[in-house]
Ligand binder design. Structure first.
Ligand SMILES: Nc1ncnc2c1ncn2[C@@H]1O[C@H](COP(=O)(O)OP(=O)(O)OP(=O)(O)O)[C@@H](O)[C@H]1O
Length: 530
């Protein structure tokens, strides 16, 4: 999708140069010191013994009409942030201001009128639509919930919305299972746009879709933004998506924003080493170019547990530039260049913020073994990297990406067999499995994390064991398409299966439940239109 010319052109044409300090009236949503901690309770008395610090003190603003991309590895707190800013979940601390109004502590009832203005698009086009409801019923739910009677009637308006998102008005009486993944996501978009919201938070809106469908959906969102004057927060791990649709990008790591910058600055001169690693980890989809040397950083290990995040800079346990100060002092998110905020003592592409601190931590030395020359030489000590290992790491990352795309069921396999299979594949494709074994197992974590979201009581284990994806592995842009991309654009016939279809997908259990509850709130509207 990153190659979609249209997206590029539109983005290029419509993105105004962002001033670093926006006028108050230009700000639609402002987030200050936002935290979301999930308590970990144990024992019969359910005493709190700790907390999963999913979001741990973030500040940013979303300006009217812009698209803010939010990226980071799995488990960094992106989805939680999205659910908290839309108030689908209550924040633990901090402040959320929408159009100048403090909405941090509004009750569900008080939030109801605001639901018109703030909408969310969910990741899983299969799980986020109630299989027992017709498309007409699903897309009209916001009208029922809000007691809104559109001009010309609900049915007419729903059919107009279906057309707006590129579906046929004839689809009104059909059921979600009759649609392909891309079509379902369009239905979700139609629902989100029904009440003409001001802010749309889209949580990985295309990651479950095939690449070709991704481009269509992204372009659709882009067109709708222009047409309806929408403001987007788009959460994605796929940097190619974020790159082409965002005006500004926030990079999250372990519950914090580590860099926030306009798109061009971020891509041309990323300052946080994590941003740099994340960007370099996008795999080359073209198999012919895979062998070519490029600057790729494969981070070692996993994202640490959000229950007990590392001291100082949270990234220091995986950073090739980490020194003593990184371990002891948390860097603040400061504006080093106009419009580019970074939380790092030793930023890339900028003067060192702690030049006196030159002795690398031992973890940094290990990490730098996997970092190509160009990156490592910019470090505070200019330590020489081992280029061959970096190359081997790159190859392994490519092998991982290839494997994931070939083996959609891999996430369900036991770890041992998956590792064995991974190394077999690496050998078969002439890849040197030099890079960390653990990185091979990292991709398992995607489904593990999803499970962790389901139950609060299992949060401790989930997060503790939740091997999170390193950028090298998370770059599974070619990850298995949960969405059925080869599915026909025309819906297949046959009703009846709908009631048997799974009500929820694995990834959005909680949000989907909430969303369904919101739909259900209007009473059971089961296919009366049919
Ligand atoms: N309801 C919950 N109860 C307990 N822990 C949770 C809950 N929801 C999320 N978490 C934990 O919070 C952390 C952040 O999760 P979150 O889903 O926000 O990350 P993410 O960056 O969106 O990841 P992904 O890209 O995989 O969705 C994870 O460690 C996760 O296990």
């Amino acid at each position: 999708m990153s190659e979609t010319k249209k997206t590029d052109t539109v983005a290029e044409a419509t993105v105004p140069k962002q001033a670093s300090a926006p006028e108050e009236r230009d700000v639609l949503l402002k987030v200050e010191g936002l935290t979301k901690h999930f308590p970990i309770k144990k024992g019969i008395l359910q005493r709190q013994v700790g907390a999963v610090k999913a979001v741990d003190g973030i500040d940013f603003e979303v300006r009217k009409g812009e698209t803010l991309g939010v990226v980071g590895e799995s488990g960094c707190g992106k989805s939680t942030m999205g659910r908290v800013i839309t108030r689908l979940q209550d924040p633990t601390g901090g402040k959320i201001t929408f159009e100048g109004r403090d909405i941090t502590r509004l009750s569900t009832g008080q939030m109801r009128p605001l639901r018109r203005d703030i909408q969310m698009i969910f990741q899983d086009p299969y799980g986020s639509l109630n299989p027992r409801h017709t498309i007409g019923s699903i897309v009209s739910a916001p009208f029922r919930l809000q007691g809104v009677e559109p001009e010309g009637g609900v049915k007419k308006e729903v059919q107009r919305l279906l057309e707006l998102v590129g579906l046929s008005p004839e689809h009104y009486n059909r059921y979600p299972h009759e649609f392909s993944g891309g079509q379902r996501q369009r239905i979700g978009i139609a629902r989100a746009l029904a009440l003409k919201p001001k802010l749309v938070v889209a949580d990985e809106p295309v990651s479950a879709l095939d690449v070709s469908i991704q481009a269509q959906v992204v372009n659709l969102m882009d067109d709708l933004q222009e047409e309806l004057g929408l403001t987007y927060v788009i959460i994605a791990h796929d940097l190619s998506v974020v790159r082409h649709v965002s005006d500004r990008i926030a990079v999250m790591y372990l519950g914090k924003i580590v860099e926030l910058a306009d798109r061009t600055s971020l891509y041309e001169a990323p300052m946080h080493p994590y941003t740099k690693a994340l960007m370099s980890a996008v795999p080359v989809p073209d198999t012919k170019r895979r062998g070519q040397k490029s600057e790729r950083i494969l981070l070692r290990g996993d994202v640490p547990s959000p229950i007990a995040p590392p001291s100082g800079c949270r990234f220091h346990t995986r950073c090739w530039k980490a020194t003593q100060i990184c371990q002891t002092t948390e860097p603040q998110l400061v504006e080093l260049r106009p419009g580019q905020r970074v939380a790092c003592h030793h930023p890339e592409n900028f003067a060192d913020q702690a030049p006196q601190d030159t002795v690398l931590l031992s973890v940094a030395k290990k990490a730098s073994e996997l970092v190509p020359d160009a990156v490592a030489s910019g470090g505070p000590t200019g330590k020489e990297p081992v280029a061959e290992e970096a190359e081997a790491a790159e190859e392994t990352a490519a092998a991982e990406a290839a494997e994931v795309s070939e083996k959609p069921e891999a996430a369900e396999k036991p770890e041992a067999s998956e590792k064995a299979e991974a190394s077999e594949k690496a050998e078969a494709s002439d890849e040197e499995p030099v890079a960390e074994k653990e990185s091979v197992s990292e991709k398992e974590s995607v489904s593990e994390k999803a499970e962790a979201v389901a139950a609060e009581e299992s949060a401790a284990e989930a997060a503790a064991s939740g091997a999170k994806t390193g950028p090298g592995a998370k770059v599974t842009v070619a990850k298995p398409a949960a969405g059925d991309d080869s599915a026909p654009e025309e819906p297949t016939a046959s009703a009846g299966v709908a009631a048997d279809a799974p009500a929820e997908g694995p990834g959005d259990t909680e949000a989907v439940a909430e969303e369904s509850a919101r739909q259900a709130g209007s009473g059971s509207q089961e296919s009366t239109d049919k």
